[in-house]
Design a protein around this ligand. Structure first.
Ligand code: DP6
Length: 321
């Protein structure tokens, strides 16, 4: 059968998702909000065939073990919905360093959901794709959407999807400090946080408040408020992660130095705000006109790249596949 190819980009959350209320359905403990980037794409082709097993090739390497099992579990959902038992060949190319906190699972499952849905003839409206992508990796629900996306906690599977939010144009300067795979996955650390952190309930409640404040700031197109909420929310997430038993710490001394450098940039009148996901790399939120200056200022801390808002997951025409 012919392969169907889709492309998706990672997203960086300004209000973070950290904790699930239902692991089987991948329902988050609270809603979140992100910016889909226009860099570090994942391009994935899916074709169903008569083979005995699913095959998953990532950046030219045939996958086995947990990496393959995760894709097979996801494809089982697609097969169940399509009433088919055909196995799939999945060929994926990821431009971001996998597993280093640059949200490769978000672009990965958004691209896989989009390509597999098309290959299996499933609904291709953004809500269905977002709900499906969520089952692969929570944050993937948001990479279905272009630019700024809110992922609703919802009250069940049908209502927990991401959709676009009107917001001022924002860019990010990504400071890559360490490309190595992180030692504790976000999924594992999230579970540990819910189970062992004495601050978990406060984190969930305050995330709901941060999300409401963020949605209001987006509506008002108030970049300063968006940035302040982004930075303090990120630090809160890292605080609750560090409060687990055993403790997990993703930020390195260099990550903290970047947060400090960004505070100094603000003191000099350049509006920039830091955030970081489950890894040491830092994403700095800026207005489009400041991206080059901020990238120059932060170049001493790691590899810097200025990125803008990107497109949600989409199919590629057959000839480019
Ligand atoms: C820190 O979406 O990778 O990037 O749902 O278990 O696959 P699973 O986790 P994942 O976690 C993302 C965590 C985060 C915050 C965010 O993107 O909102």
């Amino acid at each position: 059968m012919n392969a169907v190819t889709a492309r998706a980009y990672p997203n960086i959350a300004l209000v973070k998702y950290w904790g699930k209320r239902d692991e089987a359905l991948m329902l988050p403990a609270a809603g979140s909000l992100s910016l889909t980037l226009d860099a570090y794409a994942t391009t994935t082709s899916v074709s169903f065939d008569e083979a005995e097993h699913d095959r998953f090739d990532l950046n030219g390497v045939a996958q086995s073990g947990e990496s393959l099992r995760r894709v097979t579990r996801f494809l089982d959902l697609v097969r169940e919905r399509a009433g088919s038992d055909a196995r799939a060949q999945v060929v994926s190319h990821n431009e971001a360093p996998t597993g280093a906190g640059l949200a490769s699972s978000a672009s990965g499952f958004a691209a896989l959901a989009t390509a597999a849905s098309a290959a299996a003839g499933l609904p291709d409206d953004p809500q269905s794709l977002s709900r499906l992508a969520r089952r692969g990796s929570g944050s993937a629900a948001r990479s279905i959407v272009s630019g700024v996306a809110v992922w609703h906690a919802g009250d069940g599977d049908a209502t927990s999807f991401a959709e676009p939010v009107d917001a001022p144009e924002m860019h990010m300067v990504i400071v890559t400090i360490d490309e190595r795979q992180k030692k504790v996955s976000s999924r594992e650390a999230m579970r540990l946080t819910a189970l062992t952190s004495p601050f978990y309930e406060g984190w969930v409640t305050s995330t709901e408040l941060s999300l409401n404040a963020m949605l209001e700031a987006c509506r008002d197109r108030d970049f300063t408020r968006i940035g302040r909420i982004t930075e303090s929310h990120a630090l809160r997430m890292h605080a609750v992660i560090q409060s687990t038993d055993p403790p997990v710490r993703y930020l390195s001394p260099t990550s903290v130095a970047v947060f400090d450098a960004v505070v100094r940039l603000r003191e000099q009148g350049i509006e920039a705000y830091s955030t970081a996901d489950a890894g040491p790399n830092v994403a700095v939120l800026v207005q489009p006109g400041d991206a080059d200056t901020v990238a120059r200022e932060l170049a001493e801390y790691g590899r810097v790249r200025a990125v803008g808002p990107g497109r949600g997951a989409h199919l590629l025409p057959a000839e480019t596949a």
